[in-house]
Design a protein around this ligand. Sequence first.
Ligand SMILES: Cc1cc2nc3c(=O)[nH]c(=O)nc-3n(C[C@H](O)[C@H](O)[C@H](O)COP(=O)(O)OP(=O)(O)OC[C@H]3O[C@@H](n4cnc5c(N)ncnc54)[C@H](O)[C@@H]3O)c2cc1C
Length: 485
Amino acid sequence: MDTRPGITIIGSGFAGLGMAIKLKEAGYHDFVILEKAGELGGTWRDNTYPGCACDVPSHMYSFSYELNPGWSRMFSPQAEIRDYLRSCAVRYGLEPHLRFGREVVGLEYDDAARDWRVSLAGGERFTTNAVISAIGALHVPSLPDIPGRETFTGPSFHSAGWDHSADLTGRRVAVVGTGASAVQFVPRLARQASRLHLFQRTPPWIQPKPDFAFSPRARRLLALPGAARALRTSIYWALETRALGFAVDPRLMRVHEASARRHLAAQVPDPELRARLTPDYTIGCKRILISNDYYPALTRDNVEVITDGVREIRESSIVDARGRETEVDAIVYGTGFKVTDALNEQRIVGRDGRKIQEAWQGGVEAYYGITTTGFPNLFFLLGPNTGLGHNSVVFMIEAQVRYVLDCLRLLSRTGARALDVRPEAQRAYNDRLRARLERLVWSEGGCRSWYLDEHGVNRTIWPGFTFEYWARTRRPVHAAFELIR
Ligand SMILES: Cc1cc2nc3c(=O)[nH]c(=O)nc-3n(C[C@H](O)[C@H](O)[C@H](O)COP(=O)(O)OP(=O)(O)OC[C@H]3O[C@@H](n4cnc5c(N)ncnc54)[C@H](O)[C@@H]3O)c2cc1C
C-alpha cells in the first residue's frame, strides 16, 4: 500500500470512480481508490440476480461526460452496466489507483497532523490528508429478523448475493419481500420454479416500464453528434416532472396513482388478488417501481401471494402469521439494504476524539449530504438526504464530485490543511431540510419505508428537484467552512 496518499477514496462504484475521474482531470494524481471486493463496480458487481437491470433509463443512468450510444436497451441489464464502469476505469486511466481487497475498518482524525489515519482489515494503517467515502447507500444487505431463519437447511440467500450454484429449476421457492429487486427477479423465478410462494408485507405501487431494445440502426443514429445528449436531456426532464408530486404538492401524485391502478387492473383480472396487490398508502411514499412482467407472473398457477407475514422459518418450511406451514426447498430474500444504519455503524473518530455516532446522536445528517461538522476533510458521496426516488443518482454524484473538487481547490488556494463545515451552517441547512420534509409524501403518505430511520425521519431522500440540488452545490459557500491551517 502507498505510504501516504494525499486523497483516499473508499469504494469503486459509480461514486468512487466518478470522483477519481474528475480528480485526475483536475490534476490531482496523488490518490488511491480502496475497494474491499476483488473487482470494481459496487452495486453492478454485487447484484447478479436474474433480471437485474437499472430502473432509470441507461442514457440517464450513466456519466454525463461518458455517454454510451451503444446501450442495448432503454433499461440495460446488470452486466452491461458493470462493463460500462469497467470501461470507464480503463479509459480514464484509473487502474493504477485501484487497490482491491482493501476494506477500510476505521478512520481517525489526527488533530495535530491534520490528517486522517486509515485502518484496513488485516491491520494495515496509513495516513492521508482527505477521505472521500463512496461506500454506497444500497450496499449492505438487510435480512429480516425472523425466528428460525438460521435453521433452514436448503439454499437461502439475499438477492444481492445470489447463489448461482443453487439450481432452483423445478424447486419450491419462497421469496420474502416485494421491493425493487424482487419485482425484477420474481418473473424469472416464477418461470423456473415448480412453485413460488411470495411473502408480501407491503405491496409496491407499480407503473408500466417503457423498456425496449435499441435496434442496430437506432444505436447508429444515437452515435451521431448530439443525438445521445438530446435523448439524455429529454429523459432528464421527463423524470424531473415526477418530482412535482413531492417537491410541490403531494396531491399531484394522484396522476401517478391513476396510472398505477390502471396498470394493475389491466394485468390482474382476479379482483381478490388485485385487492391484495393494491397499496393502502400514497404513491411515492415508498419507491415507485416499474415492471411489465411482475403482475403477470403473480397470476400464474404456480405462484401464490401470501400477505399474512412470516412468523417463523423451520428446517424446510415457512410458517405464516396465521400458522399455515408451507414446505419449501429454497428461500430468496428480496428484503433490501441497511441504509442509514450502515452509515452510522462506521468506525470514524473525528476532531477531539469524537465518534461519528456521538455527532449523529440525533440522527444521521450532513451539510448538503457531503460534509459533517467535526470531521474535517471527510467527504461523503451519496450521503444523508441525497438519494432519489425519481431520477438518476449519478446526477447527484456528479454534483457532489464537483463540490468536493471545489473544496479541495479551496484548500490548495488558501494553503489550509483541512476544512470543517461550521456547526451553525449544518444546523441551518438541516432545519430547512426537515421543515420541508415534514410536509411531504414520505412523512404524510402513510407508509414505512427504508427512506425513514428508526424514528420515522427521512434521512435518505433529497426532497426536491435535482436541478435545485445542482444549483445549490454549484459553489461551496466559503463562509460555511472553518479553514484549518
Ligand atoms: C439492484 C439495484 C438497482 C439499482 N438501480 C438504480 C437505478 O436504476 N437508478 C439509480 O439512480 N439508482 C439505482 N440503484 C442505486 C445504486 O446503488 C446507485 O445508483 C449507485 O450504483 C451507487 O453507487 P455508489 O458508488 O455510491 O455505491 P456502490 O455501487 O454500492 O459502491 C460502493 C462500493 O464501496 C465498496 N465499499 C463499501 N464499504 C467499503 C469499505 N469499508 N472499504 C472498502 N470498500 C468499501 C463496496 O464494495 C462497493 O464496491 C440501484 C441499486 C440496486 C441495489
